[in-house]
Design a protein around this ligand. Structure first.
Ligand code: MN
Length: 227
């Protein structure tokens, strides 16, 4: 293939216990998937899941130092379980959807909260408040063959050593198979797709110079510092 310039590199994630990397195709994210967080954002807790996206090249590796993002004065952390899809699927039942999981990782859905609040008020899309450059820190994937299904476990976020979010995967409104099943009714899922599965209560700001760390029981941690 003859391109007019060199194509960009394929975004990818490291895999725990392997030198091979997981190539990333698309990043989907679930909004308001823990009841206490939905309430803190003033939302209904019984609605079906809804999705937004981030570009695949918004991924950031563990240990990175991020520049302060453009166009915000209120950068928020959202600690999230990330699910990696390893097989194609369309319009699946939750039982069928569970078989698509390749692995899991801890992730952070970085959010320009001031811009998101304005978008909500103006009934505008969330792309620029959620899908900006370097908005998707994600740790190494742990294969599901090692962990089995991840349906419970502590998910915690610390900023500068202070615990900000302290939840449990079991408190998701929609668990991983139901999330994948819903999403597969909207798009054809394919190997390489990632899903950020929503955040527990306690979201809040990260300031310049602070370190944000998200840890999930059995999956390790991801940590970034804001420069
Ligand atoms: Mn989120």
């Amino acid at each position: 293939m003859d391109y007019v310039f060199a194509p960009p590199p394929v975004p990818s994630l490291p895999v725990q216990g392997s030198s091979a990397r997981f190539p990333v195709r698309r990043i989907f994210c679930v909004g308001r998937n823990y009841a206490e967080h939905a309430r803190e954002m003033g939302a209904d807790t019984r609605e079906p899941p809804f999705f937004f996206t981030k570009p695949a090249d918004a991924l950031v590796m563990d240990g990175a130092v991020l520049p302060w993002p453009q166009a915000t004065a209120d950068l928020h952390h959202e600690a999230e379980l990330v699910v990696a899809i390893g097989a194609p699927g369309r319009n699946l039942t939750p039982d069928q959807a569970a078989a698509l999981v390749w692995g899991h990782a801890p992730g952070i859905d970085l959010t320009r909260r001031d811009m998101q609040a304005e978008a909500k008020q103006m009934r505008r899309p969330w792309d620029m408040s959620k899908g900006f450059d370097q908005s998707a820190p994600c740790g190494a994937l742990v294969p599901v063959s090692v962990t089995g299904p991840v349906m419970a476990g502590r998910i915690a976020c610390t900023v500068g050593g202070d615990i900000r979010q302290d939840g449990d995967i079991a408190d998701m409104i929609w668990d991983v198979p139901h999330i994948i099943a819903h999403l597969s009714g909207l798009v054809d899922l394919a190997p390489g797709d990632l899903i950020f599965t929503g955040t527990p209560a306690g979201v809040g700001p990260i300031l310049p110079g602070e370190t944000c760390r998200v840890e999930i029981a059995g999956l390790g941690a991801v940590q970034v510092r804001i420069g």
